[in-house]
Design a protein around this ligand. Structure first.
Ligand code: PMP
Length: 457
């Protein structure tokens, strides 16, 4: 059976309308706050916040652990967790204490001078990910941008290769997909590209070593920037041998390898890099490692760091295009140290992953109960379902399996019953504070949604 034949579209549309009306009735204060925000571009602090199945965003009043409470007083089990920024849970006590100590006790949010916390964070990131030298940014996007600049400089090559339907932040080079003719083309909707993306980038499908080799053979690729598993177009896991093949090919063609672990950090305390014994030249990360306080970071191999520091022609200290005034600030560093030492610990990951495993098992049971051709993928403490079975093998297949109407219905249905999912896809994340009861609550509501949709009960 296909999703198309299982789902009666007119029933779906009617239920979605009903749920949106319920959403509007349940959220008078959120709606009023949205309507009063006339001086915000798109009425929101950041335009992505308009991605909401209910028609306007839920406004946050409070957030603690795995719970969010909105302005209208509804409490949610939060499986979105700021799309990973709050994977440590909202406002974990050690992070709040460390930030308070820094800001209120010692003082200094923005000094452009180092604190001792930074060295401790660098050492801990080295222990976890295996790369010996670290530098900081405020977002994962900037960590990627600066890594790209550094690798262009050392390689003397112009292009960056990414996987089709990847996401690495608003990095211009990454907004390329494999087109229907098999060649790279700009991703739909790309805003203000500085130049035709095929001038700066090459692209290959995830899990396609032949395609990767074809592109690398041009000899003009400075670096492959990739997630060890795709996450932003749904979880797409690497097939056996694929990641080893990528490393072999990048070495063969003199191309550096950047692992972007911003989301795949869910795989374990050292991300997919440690879980799967990978050896990138550069590792980028952000979001979760400072417990919700802005941060980005990149780690460099010893060889690369040595080469870069030896290049007296590169201005790494002033106007060379790498760095930022607030990067490495005392608050980010205090928060990251507390998160890594006390919250997202090795033990915490074991618990979060066990919670995710039980989430995935329960979800599969419900989906199988309706014989739906959907797949469930797990990456450590992250779980996602796609409307395709078997699970998509690459970004293009995963993009093709999206069903915006169905997703919106499930999101608003869950939200009306106190369960929040990441608005961009059907992804759920487990924090150390997420409980078995939270998982059960999701499954109860999810089963109820499918019951109404598929059997009219
Ligand atoms: N890399 C990956 C893999 C991401 O998923 C994201 C954000 N979703 C980013 C980078 C960019 O992170 P930020 O928005 O914090 O810059």
């Amino acid at each position: 059976m296909s999703t198309e034949s299982a789902v009666d579209r007119s029933r779906l549309a009617a239920l979605a309308d009903r749920e949106r009306a319920t959403f509007a009735r349940r959220h008078p204060r959120s709606r009023a706050a949205y309507e009063a925000a006339g001086h915000l571009f798109g009425r929101v602090p950041m335009t992505w916040m308009n991605k909401t199945a209910g028609g306007f965003p839920v406004y946050v009043e409070r957030a603690r652990g795995a719970r969010v409470t909105d302005l209208d007083g509804h409490e949610y089990v939060d499986f979105c967790l700021g799309d990973t920024g709050a994977m440590a849970g909202h406002s974990p006590a050690p992070v709040v204490d460390a930030v308070h100590r820094r800001l209120a006790g010692l003082g200094g949010a923005s000094t452009m001078l180092p604190t001792e916390d930074a060295a401790a964070v660098g050492a801990e990131l080295s222990r976890r990910f295996g790369l010996p030298y670290w530098s900081f940014a405020l977002t994962a996007t900037d960590a990627n941008r600066w890594a790209i600049r550094l690798l262009r400089a050392v390689s003397g090559r112009p292009k960056i290769l990414v996987n089709s339907y990847c996401y690495h932040g608003s990095v211009d080079e990454s907004l390329i997909v494999v087109g229907p003719d098999g060649r790279g083309q700009s991703r739909d909707g790309n805003v203000g590209a500085p130049t035709d993306v095929t001038v700066t980038s090459r692209v290959a499908e995830f899990n396609d070593l032949a395609g990767l080799e074809r592109e690398l053979a041009h000899g003009d690729v400075a670096a492959v920037l990739m997630e060890p598993a795709l996450t932003n177009i749904g979880i797409v896991l690497p097939e056996p041998g694929y990641l080893a093949g990528v490393r072999e090919l990048t070495r063969k063609y003199g191309t550096y390898l950047i692992n972007d672990e911003t989301h795949t950090f869910s795989a374990g305390p050292g991300g997919a890099t440690r879980a799967w014994d990978l050896a990138p030249d550069v590792l980028t990360i952000g979001k979760a490692i400072a417990g919700g306080i802005p941060i980005g970071a990149y780690g460099l191999s010893a060889e690369l760091a040595g080469t870069l520091l030896g290049r007296t022609d590169l201005d790494l200290v002033d106007m060379g295009g790498v760095g930022g005034t607030l990067a490495g600030n005392p608050v980010s560093m205090a928060a990251a140290r507390a998160t890594l030492e006390h919250v997202l610990t090795d033990d915490a990951f074991a618990g979060m992953t066990a919670t995710a495993t039980s989430f995935a098992e329960g979800l599969r049971k419900i989906i199988d109960g309706y014989a739906l051709p959907w797949s469930v993928s797990q990456l450590g403490c992250r779980v996602e379902y796609r409307f395709a079975d078997p699970a998509p093998r690459n970004g293009t297949e995963s993009a093709a399996s999206a069903d915006a109407e169905l997703e919106d219905f499930l999101h608003v249905y869950l939200s009306n019953r106190g369960v929040l999912l990441t608005p961009f896809h059907n992804m759920v994340l487990m924090s150390p504070a997420t409980t078995a009861a939270d998982v059960a609550r999701h499954h109860e509501v999810f089963a109820e949604a499918l019951g109404e949709l598929l059997s009219g009960s």
